[in-house]
Write a protein that binds this ligand. Structure first.
Ligand code: H79
Length: 466
């Protein structure tokens, strides 16, 4: 491929990345400055999260039954939004509960999948915007135990399976939008517009007490994943923070509560262009929906998943990758296959991922367009390069190569001497050459692993000095 071809391909990729920007969270850079001072308690809570890097998001609820279709019509958009998108009245949508009977649900199998995938934590929708709780709640009968023929507490079974297998479990909880409740945010087809609602009544009688239930009835909670902070004043948000901190001081709070959390949540499916020092996480779909849709079979392939994971880790973040189980309790086989294939790569190359530091360089991410081109939103266009990414540990640099290099790979300039280099997968040495003061290595062709070939470069000293 010629240089101009490669450039064109990169350009297409970065445009695609921009086009799917979603408004669920403010831009990362804009929120950076607000968190300047290091907080030791927060850093201690975050220790496991910064190590873990990769988690399984599970969106499951009544929306898995219609699976993107209502009364014979295809309803576009993300599957878990079907009630909103089709303006389904509460009284009609509620009837799905009487049909929710996922007899194939097997919590152990789900946790096994996460483990096979190399994921270190699970986050499940304990209550999404539709208001239906996947746990046995005393606060609202609109829950899996009281309103369905299934009558089993799904969150409890998953919590037990996680505890048994040493998997951390966190809860997504839609704190603001609740389309089932007259005073919850979001439902203006059955109820009054948000501005005329008694939102505090909803918080007091449902959201706060349900979050309390989640933090008292299900063992240690790794994190609470709040979302879409509509109507969330800082005072309303503070009550959630106090609840979480008082009940489980080690539990993390994500970045979408409406007050400062423990880490930054990027927009859905958004991976920032550069590394960030603050802890952060990208929530992402494996196809194009979160909740199951029968018509969305456009799965990312394992190579794309591995690239995104290493890209994210090289920028200091975590990847929370979603699956949408079907109404019978089974996670679509195709998505399981993708996760397990990426997990196979991680079994060999996980040293470059888990607990790894972000890149000490940054040049590998790409370059600003020399021609002053602008992206779709008028920002200067950044041409991202996807040839390789760098992660690090004390005395070691991991170059994960994604595009077979036709020329020697030059190490970015650093003061450290290189001790040796080798393939992570098999330990075979990689020769380092030096020319005009620049060190480089040559990757033999064909490339060892097309999904990502990791070359470990051992350096003098713990960290790169530039
Ligand atoms: O839980 C997942 C999503 O349901 C949730 N965040 C992730 C983690 C989310 N909430 N809001 N959004 C995502 C933004 C949603 C935008 C849209 Fe729509 C929903 C576009 C299409 C459907 C709202 C309804 C705007 C147009 C129709």
């Amino acid at each position: 491929m010629s240089a101009s071809h490669r450039r064109a391909r990169r350009l297409t990729r970065s445009l695609l990345a921009c086009a799917c920007l979603c408004a669920a969270a403010a831009p990362l850079a804009a929120r950076q400055s607000a968190h300047a001072s290091p907080d030791p308690a927060k850093e201690a809570r975050l220790a496991w999260f910064r190590e873990a890097k990769y988690g399984l998001f599970i969106h499951w609820g009544l929306y898995a039954i219609p699976a993107g279709e209502w009364k014979g019509a295809r309803i576009p958009g993300i599957g878990e939004w079907i009630m909103h998108r089709a303006r389904i009245p509460v009284r009609e949508y509620e009837e799905l509960a009487s049909r929710f009977n996922p007899i194939k649900f097997d919590a152990d199998a789900w946790v096994q999948l996460a483990q096979d995938a190399g994921m270190k934590y699970i986050v499940i929708t304990s209550k999404h915007h539709d208001g239906f709780a996947l746990f046995g709640s005393k606060v609202s009968r609109y829950n899996v135990v009281d309103a369905t023929p299934f009558r089993r507490d799904i969150v409890k079974e998953l919590a037990e399976a996680c505890a048994k297998r040493g998997m951390r479990l966190g809860f997504y909880y839609s704190q603001a939008q609740d389309w089932h409740e007259p005073n919850g945010a979001g439902n203006d087809w059955d109820f009054k517009p948000n501005a005329e609602k008694d939102f505090d009544q909803y918080l007091r009688d449902k959201a706060y007490p349900q979050v309390r239930e989640l933090l008292t009835g299900y063992g240690p909670v790794a994190l609470v994943w709040f979302d879409t902070p509509q109507l969330m004043t800082s005072e309303r948000a503070r009550r959630f923070t106090e609840l979480v901190r008082s009940l489980q001081p080690d539990t993390l709070i994500d970045g979408r509560l409406g007050a400062e959390g423990d880490y930054i949540s990027t927009g859905d499916n958004i991976i920032p262009g550069e590394k960030q020092t603050e802890a952060w996480e990208t929530p992402a779909t494996i196809n194009h929906t979160w909740g199951y849709r029968k018509d969305d079979v456009d799965w990312k392939n394992p190579g794309e998943i591995v690239f995104k994971l290493v890209d994210i880790v090289s920028k200091g973040g975590n990847y929370l990758l979603n699956v949408g189980p079907m109404a019978d309790g089974v996670i679509p086989q195709a998505s399981q296959d993708v996760l397990r294939a990426a997990g196979q790569w991680l079994r060999i190359n996980g040293e470059a991922v888990y607990g790894a530091w972000p890149t000490p360089f940054g040049e590998e991410f790409g370059e600003a367009s020399a021609k002053g081109a602008k992206d779709l939103r008028g920002s200067p266009l950044f041409l991202s390069w996807n040839d390789y990414r760098v992660t690090a540990k004390p005395g070691k640099l991991y170059f994960t190569i994604f595009v077979e290099p036709r020329v020697p790979v030059e190490l970015p300039p650093m003061k450290n001497a290189v001790k040796r280099a080798y393939f992570l997968a098999n330990g075979l040495p990689v020769a380092i050459a030096e020319k005009d003061g620049r060190q480089s290595f040559t990757v033999p062709r064909p490339i060892l692993d097309p999904m990502g070939t990791v070359i470990v470069v051992e350096i003098e000293g713990e960290r790169v000095a530039r």
